[in-house]
Design a protein around this ligand. Structure first.
Ligand code: GDP
Ligand code: CA
Length: 322
């Protein structure tokens, strides 16, 4: 028996979301269409260029251009420009590879010509053919800023400075999605969410990826009101983020580091949140009952995306649960 093609919308950050998406592409039926709403609140101006790390991670990962070890940036990358910048005494904490630079230069050139970020992303994707429609969450500038302890009071720094230059090693005192209040959903975003048969929140950072996308009111409202079920996959297994440094952020915001606490933070749609269902790892099976008590359907399946097979299986489990 054939089921009709599904329209699947995925709200994605960078590495975790992109990895899940690679599994979803393997798991979906041939005619199913995937639209990705990409986080742009990690974006930053560097040396006059607009850099969009999460959009690029999704595009390069699904387009087979990603460095497989680092999981961000390009394969066969060289760092000559970065070294030269350092020789001029410029700060080089942000990894700008020579190949990667071409993407940022084209994006910036088109922005200066007045082309919108959605159209620019579509043009970049013509080369990479990621197999999904990749839409920026907004075309306005929204940037995550983090308040950290300064010499006298709180210093507010760009998320990338906190994450990369400081290695997320200092306590988070405040978090702001700067520009979110005035931001509109990007072209196509609201129609995609309302037209979806299924909305997935992949195992992306719940605060600075999923939370950032939902900081655009129109987007959050669409997720809250779409007729499609909304299913999330926990990025937390046990008491830690699987990879990366999401734990420090959760801690700083006073959210317990557990799959259940993140589910309750995102909230049940029946109580004004964004989730109908939440997948936790088999090792977190004990959390299922309390998540369901919060009005969110929950199930335990293996959540480690160790290789292509486990990643595709997680995507199949997500589709089956939905
Ligand atoms: P970023 O923008 O590059 O930080 O990437 P995302 O926000 O999309 O994803 C980061 C999250 O992915 C982290 O919080 C990790 O806990 C999560 N993650 C990474 N690998 C895995 C995995 O194998 N399984 C699960 N469940 N989560 C993962
Ligand atoms: Ca990111």
């Amino acid at each position: 028996m054939r089921t009709p093609p599904m329209k699947i919308v995925v709200l994605s950050g960078g590495v975790g979301g992109a990895r899940f998406l690679s599994g979803l592409l393997a798991a979906k039926a041939p005619d199913d269409e995937i639209t990705v709403i990409g986080n742009t609140a990690d974006d930053i101006w560097l040396f006059g260029m607009r850099v969009c790390p999460d959009l690029d991670t999704v595009m390069y990962t699904l387009g087979n251009g990603i460095d497989p070890e680092r999981r961000w940036g390009r394969t066969d990358e060289t760092w000559n420009a970065k070294e030269e910048l350092g020789a001029y005494g410029e700060e080089t904490w942000f990894g700008l590879g020579d190949r990667d630079l071409a993407t940022h230069l084209i994006r910036t050139k088109l922005l200066h010509e007045g082309v919108g970020l959605a159209e620019i992303t579509a043009r970049l994707c013509e080369r990479w053919q990621p197999g999904v429609r990749l839409l920026p969450m907004t075309e306005q500038e929204v940037e995550t800023h983090i308040g950290v302890d300064g010499a006298d009071g709180i210093d507010t720094i760009h998320f990338q400075e906190y994450w990369i230059r400081l290695g997320a090693k200092v306590p988070v005192r405040e978090l702001e999605f700067r520009g979110a209040e005035a931001a509109k959903a990007g072209p196509g975003v609201i129609d995609a969410i309302h037209g979806a048969d299924l909305v997935i929140l992949p195992p992306s950072n719940p605060i600075v990826s999923i939370g950032a996308i939902l900081s655009v009111d129109e987007v959050a409202e669409a997720v809250r009101t779409t007729k499609a079920p909304v299913v999330g996959v926990s990025p937390i297994i046990g008491t830690a983020a699987v990879r990366g440094m999401a734990d420090q952020l959760l801690e700083g915001l006073g959210i317990e580091i557990s799959a259940g606490a993140v589910a309750r933070h995102l909230g049940a749609r029946s109580t004004g949140g964004v989730l109908d269902a939440w997948l936790v790892d088999t090792s977190d099976e004990a959390a299922v009952v309390s998540i369901e008590e919060a009005g969110i359907r929950a199930k335990a399946v293996p959540l480690y995306m160790n290789d292509d097979a486990t990643t595709a299986q997680l995507a199949r489990d997500t589709l089956a649960f939905a």
